[in-house]
Design a protein around this ligand. Sequence first.
Ligand code: SF4
Length: 264
Amino acid sequence: MNPSDPQAADALAAAMQERDLSGRLALIEAEIPGRLVFTTSLGLEDQALTHALALRKGRTEIVTLDTGRLFPETYDVWAETEAAYGIRIRAYAPERAAEEDFVAREGINGFRHAVAARQECCGFRKVEPLGRALAGARGWLTGLRAGQSANRAATPLASFDAERGLIKLNPLADWSREDVERFVRDNYVPYNALHDRGFPSIGCAPCTRAVRVGEPERAGRWWWEQEAKKECGLHVGRPEAAVQPGREAAAFEPQTARELEMAR
Ligand code: SF4
């Protein structure tokens, strides 16, 4: 298939619908030529995908964005996963100059001062490294699920990402939280110890708290912000292209009619 053909992504999504997880991954590797990259945050969904990819021993690269502010438990499960499967998860780190400039200007936890400062921090710690991780890729695999939040409710199994010029693949898009938990339990997949302490969604340590009973899965992420702004920029538009010194927040401005609607 031609990964630059928007209709090819729709056809792939339809074909994925009929398959289980390993069948979906096999289909992706068979159909998309060129570099395939899976970006893991080492959360529960991503651990399920890492398990399936590691057993498959295919050609999809497994990478992570090491923001430098992750929980100790996240580094623990990262090391445990590499040891369990005999794999290496390649890390992409922030550019040193951007980090040093931000901390000098805003303070070590300056992302709490304003949404723009938080977006700037996510910009140089996550979005810019993502751009390097995906350079030259034709397919980008994620652990996104439609049920994770209102912002992600329309997550498809596969879609054409025109800005990045690749197909974005979400093989767990139609799984429930219970599906993921069952898969991890049945397959003895290593997982972050924080999941057992009320953290369904785990990001950077200073920006993630446990959720209370009845709260949405991502309520513990950037809890001091409004719901519509609570994405780190990895899954909206093509923010890494707009991450430039001094205007990182612009990368988070809605770019499509749908994003504009969601941001209201
Ligand atoms: S989640 Fe918090 S610490 Fe991590 S990159 Fe975003 S603002 Fe910075």
